[in-house]
Design a protein around this ligand. Structure first.
Ligand code: AHR
Length: 484
C-alpha cells in the first residue's frame, strides 16, 4: 500500500482550462473524411462537420482549438479559405510532397470558427509569419474580429456569412520558425515577432492573446536567445510556445515492456522541459508574466497503423500506452499551472496522438479521448499539491466548487498498485467515487471493436472522511471524485 496526501496550502493556483486544448491542422485526414465530411455527405453532419465528432468533442469541453497548422500555417493564405466554397482555389498544401494531396480550402476560417462554436472551443489561429506580410496578418485579424459595419473587411466577413466577429482568443505569430517556418535564428525570429505583433495589434480590438514561436524540445538556447532579443525591444507577448513530441518506441501497437518504459520515460521529461524553459524565460521576464504554451505535444508513432492504412499522413493507432501518456502529460501540466497557460495535443483526428479515428461512415474515439474526458473536471480547478506519489505513479489534484478531483496514472506495465489517500490541511468532503480506464497495454479501439478500451462505470470508494483507498491496475488511469 502506498500513501499519498493532499496538501492544499502548496497550491500552484488555478489550472487554466486551456491546458486541455487541442490542435487541428490541414494535414492528411484531420479534416478531410475526418472531422469534415462536407454538407452533401451521407455521413450525418452539421454544416459539413461529422456529427459524431461534434457531439463527442463537445462532451469533453474543449476550451481551445488551434488551426490551421502547424507547418501548414506558414504557407497558407487565409483569403483562399473564404467566399463560396465552390469558387475557392485548389492550392499546394505544405504537406504535398509527403502525400500528394492538394488543399481544397473547403474548411477556411468561417467553417473552422463555426465548428469551434458548435463544440464550445475558443479559436486559436496560427498566422503566417514566414510567407505573408505583416499587413496580410493585420488584415486577417481585422477580417476576423472587427465589428460589423465598420471596415470593408468586416463587411466582407458579413457577406461571407458571419456578421458576428469570430472571437479569436489567441493568435500564434508564426510556427516552428526554426525549421519549416523560415529556418530563422532566434534573434531573427524575435525581430520578426515584434514587427508582426506590433502591426497586428492596432487591429486586435478584442484583446486576443499573442503566442510567439518557442523552442523545439530541449532547445533552451532558442528560448534564451529569443527572450534576450525580444526583451531589448519588447511588445505584447502573452505566451511563448514549445513543441514536444515524445516520439515512439517500438511499434505503435505491438510494443513490449521495455518499449513501454522507454516511451513513458520520454513523455515524463515534459516536467524537466517546463523547468528548463521556465528558468530561461525568467532570466529576462522577472515579473513572470509570459506563459508557457506547449501547443504541440504527443506521441509520434509510425504512420500507417490507423484505419486508412497509410493514406492519411501520420495517422496512427492509439493504445493504452497513449492513454497513460496523456494522463501523465496532463498531470504534469496541472502541476505546473502557475506557468503553463495553454497546451494543445497534436492532433484531433486521424493523425498523431489523436482523439478520433474516422473514415466514411465509421468514427470512433481513442483511449486518449477517454482520458481527456476523465480529466476534464480539472479545467479551471484550484490546484492541490499531492505529496508522496510512489515510483511509477503520476498524479494530480484540484478542487472546484467543493468537489475534489484526483487523477492518477499507473505507469507500470505489469504491476498493480494500492493507494491510500489522506489530506494534510483540508477537510475532505463526504463521498468518493472512481472511474477507471484499464486494459492490456496494447489494447486499442477499432472500427470493428470501438469499445475495447472504455472507462468503467463509477464505483463508490470506501471513505471514512479521513482517508480512502483505490486500486490502480497496471497501465491504467483512474479518476477519483470526492464530493459533498
Ligand atoms: O503535427 C505535425 C507537424 O509537427 C506540425 O505541422 C509541425 O508544427 C510539427 O513539426
Amino acid at each position: 500500500m502506498d500513501r499519498i496526501c493532499l496538501i492544499g496550502c502548496e497550491s500552484k493556483g488555478v489550472i487554466a482550462p486551456e491546458i486541455y486544448g487541442h490542435f487541428a491542422e490541414h494535414i492528411g485526414g484531420v479534416f478531410r473524411d475526418g472531422v469534415w465530411v462536407g454538407e452533401e455527405s451521407r455521413v450525418p453532419n452539421t454544416r459539413g462537420f461529422r456529427n459524431f465528432v461534434i457531439e463527442k468533442f463537445r462532451a469533453i469541453r474543449p476550451p481551445v482549438l488551434r488551426f490551421p497548422g502547424g507547418c501548414f500555417a506558414e504557407t497558407y493564405d487565409w483569403r483562399d479559405g473564404i467566399g463560396p466554397r465552390s469558387e475557392r482555389p485548389k492550392t499546394l498544401n505544405f504537406w504535398y510532397d509527403h502525400d500528394h494531396r492538394v488543399e481544397t480550402n473547403e474548411v477556411g476560417v468561417h467553417e473552422f470558427t463555426d465548428f469551434c462554436r458548435m463544440v464550445g472551443a475558443k479559436p486559436y489561429l496560427a498566422a503566417n509569419l514566414t510567407s505573408m506580410t505583416p499587413l496580410d496578418m493585420r488584415n486577417f485579424v481585422e477580417y476576423c474580429d472587427m465589428p460589423e459595419n465598420t471596415t470593408s473587411l468586416a463587411a466582407l466577413r458579413a457577406k461571407n456569412g458571419s456578421p458576428e466577429p469570430f472571437g479569436v482568443g489567441y493568435w500564434g505569430i508564426g510556427n516552428e520558425n526554426w525549421v519549416g517556418g523560415g529556418n530563422m535564428t532566434p534573434e531573427q525570429y524575435a525581430r520578426e515577432y515584434v514587427r508582426y505583433a506590433t502591426t497586428v495589434d492596432s487591429a486586435n480590438l478584442n484583446g486576443a492573446k499573442y503566442v510567439a514561436c518557442g523552442a523545439n524540445r530541449f532547445d533552451v538556447g532558442w528560448t534564451e536567445r529569443f527572450m534576450r532579443e525580444f526583451s531589448a525591444k519588447g511588445c505584447k507577448l502573452w505566451g511563448l510556445s514549445f513543441h514536444y513530441y515524445c516520439g515512439s518506441a517500438g511499434d505503435c501497437v505491438n510494443f513490449n515492456e521495455e518499449e513501454w518504459n522507454q516511451l513513458v520515460a520520454s513523455a515524463g521529461r515534459m516536467q524537466e522541459l517546463i523547468e528548463l524553459h521556465r528558468a530561461a524565460m525568467r532570466t529576462f521576464d522577472h515579473e513572470e508574466k509570459v506563459k508557457i504554451v506547449c501547443d504541440e505535444w504527443g506521441c509520434w508513432h509510425n504512420g500507417g497503423t490507423g484505419p486508412s492504412k497509410g493514406f492519411n499522413l501520420y495517422e496512427q493507432q492509439s493504445t493504452m500506452r497513449d492513454a497513460v501518456i496523456t494522463a501523465l502529460t496532463l498531470n504534469i501540466f496541472n502541476d505546473n499551472c502557475d506557468v503553463v497557460g495553454m497546451a494543445n495535443v497534436a492532433q484531433l483526428c486521424n493523425n498523431l496522438h489523436c482523439l478520433f479515428l474516422a473514415g466514411g461512415e465509421h468514427a470512433i474515439v481513442t483511449p486518449t479521448y477517454h482520458v481527456f474526458d476523465m480529466m476534464k473536471a480539472h479545467q479551471g480547478g484550484h490546484h492541490i499539491h499531492v505529496a508522496g506519489a510512489p515510483k511509477d505513479v503520476s498524479v494530480s489534484a484540484s478542487e472546484k466548487e467543493g468537489v475534489i478531483t484526483l487523477t492518477a496514472a499507473n505507469l507500470s506495465y505489469g504491476e498493480a498498485k494500492e493507494i491510500e489517500l489522506t489530506s494534510f490541511d483540508m477537510q475532505l468532503p463526504a463521498h468518493a467515487c472512481a472511474t477507471t480506464l484499464s486494459a492490456t497495454p496494447q489494447a486499442c479501439n477499432t472500427f470493428e471493436n470501438p469499445d475495447a478500451v472504455t472507462p468503467s462505470a463509477e464505483i463508490d470508494l470506501p471513505f471514512d472522511g479521513q482517508s480512502l483507498r483505490f486500486a490502480l491496475q497496471p497501465a491504467s488511469v483512474v479518476s477519483v471524485t470526492i464530493k459533498p
